[in-house]
Design a protein around this ligand. Structure first.
Ligand code: DGP
Length: 114
């Protein structure tokens, strides 16, 4: 989608530290990391948020989690653990309206969910 920064990263027209890319999913480092490891995992196709997800997206979203697991392994996070976050809409603080999984790890996190 025109003017979507994550679509530009997916297509290679905007720079990012890409860790993984295949036909369906791209993973790249967050520009403002909140922990030693902070990776964003996005579907290559533009889905604005979880609000726009449909049953036909289920294989894609399953793959998103498989890639999250692979990136967690690559980043040596599996043993100590990590957090996956999907912000949806204003109250959750979603800033980029292209669905993404935050993969955060490398430090002990507070248990707060709010
Ligand atoms: P969210 O609040 O869930 O929409 O998080 C959006 C994240 O995207 C935020 O942690 C910062 C990151 N981000 C925004 N613009 C860019 C960019 O141009 N490049 C990269 N790598 N990350 C970005």
């Amino acid at each position: 989608m025109k003017d979507c920064i994550f679509c530009k990263i997916v297509s290679g027209s905007a720079p990012a530290q890409v860790l993984f890319r295949d036909a369906q999913v791209t993973a790249f480092r967050d520009i403002h990391p909140v922990a030693p490891t902070h990776v964003l995992i996005v579907p290559n196709q533009h889905i604005s948020s979880v609000n726009e997800v449909t049953p036909s997206d289920e294989p894609l979203l399953g793959h998103l989690f498989t890639v999250a697991r692979q990136v967690a392994e690559q980043e040596n996070l599996t043993a100590e653990g990590y957090r996956l976050i999907v912000n949806t809409g204003r109250n959750a603080g979603q800033v980029v309206f292209h669905l993404h999984l935050h993969l955060i790890g490398g430090q002990r996190m507070r248990h707060s969910m709010g």
